[in-house]
Design a protein around this ligand. Structure first.
Ligand code: ATP
Ligand code: ZN
Length: 210
């Protein structure tokens, strides 16, 4: 039996469940419970918060998982990556108030920036030689400038409409992300074999979609 962690409810959930079903795996989808067993493959699905998935896979609580690269790399666990999955594409971007002047990233020198991704942001700023005051907040990052909490934000964007509706202007891409399959690095031979079977099916699904 192999244990797969997926997001319980959010932007990764539907496509994660869809991918498992497309691999020919049947299960009764009950996200009101914490876990489900597949009926035709030795797989157990755990429903978790996305932020908890990399840590649980690293610790072996789950064997494999599906999570956004943004969360995985922020948590410093990119070495668990097995395969990019091509869905939940988004980017981590810097944005400033619509009316603020912005030349290039050095405009942010000495400014305060609100984000839920301090590590990814710090790495980006350091690579550009910029020092800023990073404020880590867990949600509603996009309202920080309007309430005077920060000069700029660094947040997840897909279409950009949330930024625009909060009076913000996207100025830099910090990190590009999509969903990835991750795995614990010490799987036993039986679990490794099950992972290989799953990967084979996922690759067949991806080929059929091209
Ligand atoms: P949880 O309750 O599990 O902690 P969350 O609110 O942190 O959920 P979601 O907003 O559901 O997370 O986003 C989950 C992941 O989906 C993000 O980490 C990112 O990889 C991706 N994502 C976020 N926003 C978008 C978007 N607008 N379009 C596509 N993918 C996105
Ligand atoms: Zn989360």
């Amino acid at each position: 039996m192999i244990r797969l962690a997926i997001q319980k409810s959010g932007r990764l959930s539907d496509d994660s469940l869809k991918l498992i079903r497309e691999c020919g795996i049947s299960f009764i989808s009950t996200t009101s419970k914490l876990k489900t067993e597949a009926t035709n493959f030795p797989l157990e699905i755990l429903y978790l918060r996305d932020d908890d998935i990399p840590g649980y896979v690293a610790d072996g609580v789950a064997d494999i998982g599906i999570v956004g690269q943004n969360v995985l790399v922020e948590e410093g666990l990119q070495q668990l990556t097995v395969k990019a999955l091509g869905f939940s594409k988004c980017r981590l971007s810097l944005a400033v108030s619509k009316g603020d002047a912005y030349e290039d990233v050095t405009t942010l020198q000495g400014k305060s920036i609100a984000t839920s991704y301090p590590n990814l942001l710090r790495e980006f700023l350091t690579s550009k030689g910029v020092e800023a005051d990073i404020h880590t907040i867990s949600g509603s990052v996009e309202i920080a400038p309007s309430i005077g909490l920060a000069d700029a934000v660094c947040d997840i964007v897909s279409s950009g409409s949330t930024l625009i509706s909060n009076g913000l202007r996207e100025v830099e891409t910090v990190f590009k992300s999509e969903a990835v399959l991750i795995a614990n690095q010490n799987l036993n031979p039986e679990k490794s074999r099950l992972l290989q079977q799953l990967l084979f099916r996922m690759e067949a699904v991806q080929k059929a979609q091209k």
